[in-house]
Design a protein around this ligand. Structure first.
Ligand SMILES: [Zn+2]
Length: 360
């Protein structure tokens, strides 16, 4: 219970992340010049799945989409429109798209796996294959290439599933890591993958192989996955909130959003009821993103964050009322170019000392 909690901690974490994000902006530009493939990762909100760290890649290269349990469906109206915008943007710039469709597990213990799938790794994997097949049906074989990728969190190893759905390579088993050997391996796993994507995947694999070696060399203890999440995050723009045991993140993608929010709220309440977290440090945080400060996009993001706060709060009041007295509120939005979170609304304290700061 000694972990830091509360709104100030979150804002400080964001400040640090935003600074780190901007510090690598020239590295990111250089990298993009050399490796133009646009990369997205669909993944669970679990804080351990930090792909820039796992692949030793600059922040902002891999575009994350996060949701409770890593569940997505290309039939979801909002999700398909966001994803297709990303695809169309990439294609308009003449770039390929690589989509990591991920699931996660831990090789040492099922119970360090995905809580969103009740620790059933096969179910999580099946869902990933279904989603990958959906991508194949929609985008065909061409500029958009989905691959199923497991993330094994004891060693942070990527598990690559080949396009025949049968062959598998666990990067924890790859000792030699020359460019040429990896290229051969990728060619045999993904015979129809464009050469450009193969070349742009290799740095991620090299990064992962060297990250795994570091984990082994330092004998990192396996992550403590006793659930201690104390934040319920709803919306987008949570790249910076990647700490273990910190947040349940619900993307705005699922049309059945209220059910997902209810599930996350119940998990949060159980963390309080079972004494795993400080009941006075619990935060409901909603967030939206924008890129263009001058236009309506900025104002729309603001409205969206405020709407999501009210929407989420109403659902919790109705369905998980015992959580309400514990909630501190943080509402805001982030500039995608800086990852800086701007506060619109914050309500810090316990209800008896209601204090509302309008910081925007
Ligand atoms: Zn998970």
């Amino acid at each position: 219970m000694n972990n830091p909690t509360g709104i100030d901690y979150l804002l400080e974490l964001n400040t640090r992340h935003s600074r780190a994000f901007m510090d690598v902006s020239s590295e990111r530009r250089r990298y993009r010049g050399e490796h133009p493939t646009e990369i997205a990762a669909l993944k669970c909100m679990d804080g351990r799945l930090h792909l820039p760290v796992i692949t030793q890649t600059a922040l902002g290269i891999i575009q994350p989409f996060r949701n409770l349990g890593g569940k997505f469906d290309l039939g979801w109206p909002f999700f398909q429109s966001i994803l297709d915008q990303w695809v169309q943007y990439s294609i308009s710039r003449g770039r390929h798209c690589l989509v990591f469709v991920t699931y996660h597990y831990a090789r040492g213990d099922n119970h360090r796996g995905c809580r969103g799938f009740n620790y059933e790794t096969d179910d999580a994997k099946d869902a990933a294959f279904r989603l990958k097949n959906q991508f194949d049906r929609v985008y065909g074989k061409g500029a958009v290439v989905p691959i199923v990728c497991g993330i094994e969190t004891d060693l942070d190893a990527l598990i690559l599933h080949g396009e025949d759905d049968l062959s598998v390579v666990d990067l924890a088993n790859i000792k030699q890591s020359s460019q040429l050997l990896l290229e051969e391996m990728l060619n045999s796993l993904y015979p129809s993958m464009p050469e450009r994507i193969i070349r742009d995947m290799i740095p991620l694999l090299l990064g992962n192989i060297s990250h795994i070696a570091e984990i082994r060399a330092t004998n990192r203890p396996v992550a403590d996955v006793e659930h201690k999440e104390w934040v319920l995050g709803v919306g987008r723009g949570f790249d910076w909130l990647h700490e273990i045991n910190t947040a349940f993140i619900v993307g705005p993608f699922d049309p059945n959003l209220s059910a997902t929010i209810e599930t996350a709220a119940k998990l949060l309440l159980s963390n309080i009821d079972e004494g795993r977290i400080d009941p006075n440090g619990v935060v409901l945080m909603t967030s939206a993103v924008y890129r263009d400060e001058a236009g309506p996009e900025y104002q729309l993001a603001r409205e969206k964050a405020l709407f999501l706060r009210k929407f989420t709060h109403d659902i919790i009041k109705e369905r998980v009322p015992n959580l309400v007295p514990h909630l501190q509120i943080l509402t805001g939005f982030s500039d995608l170019d800086t990852r800086k979170f701007e506060v619109i609304e914050r309500l810090d304290a316990v209800p008896s000392v209601k204090k509302k700061d309008k910081a925007a």
